[in-house]
Design a binder for this molecule. Structure first.
Ligand SMILES: *Cc1c(COP(=O)(O)O)cnc(C)c1O
Length: 497
């Protein structure tokens, strides 16, 4: 008889992880309408809980366990000093309803982070509230709408979005009440200038651009694009998800961009993935600052006194976009990261991120077809079109990489590259890790020619093999449900236990 591993369903009626001392106050009946009989709590001991969650955590691929070149996501190493600082009680154990006088350190950190992000990107003012990049986009485009409306300019109904954009960009424009006009890319992967020229007009509210774009390419016409949109009376939004490529090298504000979001969880090393908390602050040029969401933090200097920091609502604010001040723990981590690197260090981050991506580009281009024959920025796109001739698709290559302990690159995005593989190595990877990845990719290229079934049948070494991805998407189920509940034990017995 096969011995089954003890894995998931570990509950045993009556088993406990915690035991409370007998109450030293008289017992009281709880109101019956507040109690449910049908809750099937897993009844497990402490060691079972620890093993369960530790085992689950080890099933995940993580930046802390292996290379994670997931394009557009900037899966860089998250320095552990960020965690140490975020856990300081003065940051971790405070409450947003506390009196401002008791949280001056936290407010000062927020103020300094606003200032530093503004300095790094060339924007006058920054709001920290949005909880992710997509949330920052919605905030930014809502600010663009508020600005047009404040000028009585209500005929602008369209936002231009390049076809290489992340899906959140058109979704944001629609959510903010605009129609999307798609701008095609030209042969060099830039926004097609002629298409922009033809599209802009009195109905243009703005353009959302990602620069460098999701093809990993710097738009060579960014200044002309900004000019065209401004000349038509629109504003330019920069999706800052790819900021990791240009820190300390170019500032979007200096290019004439009007609004931008930052993904602290990408560029500034706060942990992400698995739906964890993100942070998507928004920066704007001076005359848009009055529309930012609040509360924001400002510094008050009076006479010779120590500067104070206080919360305030910008004059014409679009309102709150978060219950409180945003994901403060992420702000502490990003602040720590920026202070740790300093200005010179941040520039090195981008130089090394771009160098690593170009290293992959050059080493892989003999066997995989680069989508564009250009120096790339912090990520590069290949097409698996050569491999597809042998029946091996980008998805198969992604699955095969799992056998090497490597997280696959982003596949089938950007949408305009057939069989796309978007690789972003980040600056934190060593040459040995990059070479290991290249070796794996070259072996897979050989396999695709000689033994394609090895690739199309992958993964071979993981606990689960090919999943039914369509079913997983259509009937997504992320929640464990208890097995049909056994009759609840007598409540009295539980209380006495
Ligand atoms: C990640 C990403 C976003 C969305 O950011 P979230 O923080 O995931 O909401 C938007 N645009 C691009 C280009 C991205 O890579």
């Amino acid at each position: 008889m096969a011995v089954e591993p003890l894995i998931f369903e570990l509950a045993k009626p009556g088993r406990r992880g915690v035991r409370y001392p007998a109450p030293d106050v008289p017992e009281t009946e709880l109101p019956a309408e507040l109690l449910r009989d049908d809750l099937a709590w897993p009844e497990v001991s402490e060691i079972d809980v620890i093993r369960h969650y530790t085992r689950l955590s080890q099933k995940n691929h993580a930046v802390d366990t292996g290379f994670y070149p997931l394009g557009s996501c900037t899966m860089k190493y998250n320095p552990k000093i960020n965690e140490a600082v975020a856990r300081l009680p003065g940051f971790a154990a405070i409450h947003p309803y506390q009196d401002e006088s008791t949280v001056q350190g936290a407010l000062e950190l927020m103020w300094e982070l606003q200032e530093m992000l503004g300095e790094i990107s060339g924007f006058a003012e920054v709001a920290l509230q949005p909880a992710a990049g997509a949330h920052g986009e919605l905030t930014g485009v809502t600010i663009i709408r508020a600005w047009h409306e404040s000028r009585g300019d209500t005929g602008r109904t369209k936002i231009l979005v390049p076809d290489s954009a992340h899906g959140t960009n058109p979704a944001t424009a629609i959510m903010a009440g605009y129609q999307v006009v798609t701008i095609p890319s030209d042969a060099r992967g830039n926004c097609d200038l002629e298409a922009i020229r033809a599209a802009v007009g009195p109905d243009t509210a703005g353009l959302m651009i990602t620069n460098p774009n999701t093809l990993g390419l710097w738009d060579e016409h960014i200044e002309e694009i900004v000019e065209l949109v401004h000349a038509a009376g629109g504003l330019v939004y920069n999706d800052g998800a790819n900021f990791n490529a240009i820190l300390g090298i170019v500032r979007p504000g200096d290019l004439g961009i009007d609004v931008m979001h930052y993904n602290l969880h990408k560029t500034f090393s706060t942990p992400h993935g698995g739906g964890g908390p993100g942070s998507g602050p928004v920066g704007v040029r001076e005359d848009l600052a009055a529309f930012l969401p609040g509360p924001r933090v400002r510094r008050v200097e009076e006479g010779d006194e120590e500067p104070r920091h206080e919360l305030f609502q910008p004059e014409r604010t679009i309102g709150r976009v978060h219950g409180f001040h945003g994901n403060f723990g992420m702000m502490v981590r990003a602040y720590t990261y920026i202070r740790m690197h300093g200005a010179e260090g941040l520039r090195r981050v981008s130089e090394d991120a771009v160098l690593n991506a170009n290293y992959l580009r050059v080493r892989l281009q003999e066997r995989y077809r680069p989508a564009f024959d250009r120096t790339c920025m912090h990520e590069c796109v290949f097409s698996a079109s050569r491999q597809k001739a042998n029946g091996v698709k980008a998805l198969d290559i992604a699955k095969r990489l799992l056998d090497f302990g490597i997280h696959p690159p982003t596949v089938y995005f950007p949408l305009l590259v057939p069989e796309a593989m978007l690789m972003e190595p980040t600056e934190t990877e060593s040459i040995e890790t990059l070479d290991h990845f290249v070796d794996a990719m070259l072996q897979i290229a050989d396999e695709a020619e000689q033994t394609p079934e090895v690739v199309t049948g992958a993964p071979h070494t993981t606990e689960y093999k090919r999943l039914d991805e369509v079913a997983a998407n259509r009937t997504l189920n992320l929640r464990w449900q208890p097995p049909v509940a056994e009759p609840a034990p007598e409540r009295e017995a539980v209380a006495a236990d």
